[in-house]
Design a protein around this ligand. Structure first.
Ligand code: VGL
Ligand code: ZN
Length: 193
């Protein structure tokens, strides 16, 4: 958590938690450690970003329109709200993604702040060189965001005690972790940073 670090909390939303439209096993268990991480970043004066999956009601991301997922995280729905156990410090920047009706947009780097600025532009403007990432889901949006962060030239640390995977196929999360490691992503736990 040196100067130039930032935290990205990926998609800790009701629909990705048990009982939600696309419940990730143990998805709710990342909320508490990520809240702790966010508080530590805030105390250190470091930026915190929280992405949210933010889909229109009709999108090719959903099964009924040719995609692979049941409807989830529809803009303005309760399922799209951040999980109640996730506490975001004042000043957290929300990044919305998946708003285009014709793409999956798994990566938070395809998302934008309320004023339309991309995540990449926000990070660059703040001089962020090291991005810490946790959230949901390991095998989709976390994976995709971490790989994009590496491609953007950032040092990336994945908080391994703050992620959970969809696991459509058993082993998907483990494979995603391997892929991230090969790309140069570092691994740490919240208490180790
Ligand atoms: C996600 C599946 C569909 C994610 C989003 O946030 O990982 N997964 N949409
Ligand atoms: Zn989605």
């Amino acid at each position: 958590m040196e100067r130039g670090s930032a935290l990205l909390i990926v998609d800790v939303q009701n629909d990705f938690c048990p009982g939600g439209a696309l419940g990730v096993p143990d998805g709710d268990r990342v909320a508490v450690p990520l809240s702790r991480a966010a508080e530590r970043f805030r105390e250190a004066g470091l930026p915190v970003f929280a992405s949210r999956d933010w889909h229109p009601a009709v999108t090719r991301h959903f099964k009924e329109y040719g995609g692979m997922w049941p409807p989830h995280c529809v803009q303005g729905s309760t399922g799209a709200d951040f999980h109640p156990a996730l506490s975001l410090p004042p000043g957290t920047t929300v990044i919305s993604k998946g708003t285009a009706p014709d793409s999956d947009s798994y990566s938070a780097f395809e998302g934008t702040r309320e004023d339309g600025a991309t995540l990449g532009a926000c990070l660059a403007a703040l001089g962020v060189g090291h991005l810490y990432i946790g959230g949901l889901a390991t095998d989709y949006c976390v994976r995709s965001s971490a790989l994009d962060a590496v491609r953007a030239g950032l040092t990336v640390t994945l908080l391994t005690d703050c992620v959970a995977g969809v696991e459509l196929q058993p082993g998907d999360s483990a494979r995603a972790l391997e892929e991230m490691a090969e790309a140069g992503v570092r691994f740490a736990t919240v208490d180790g940073i």
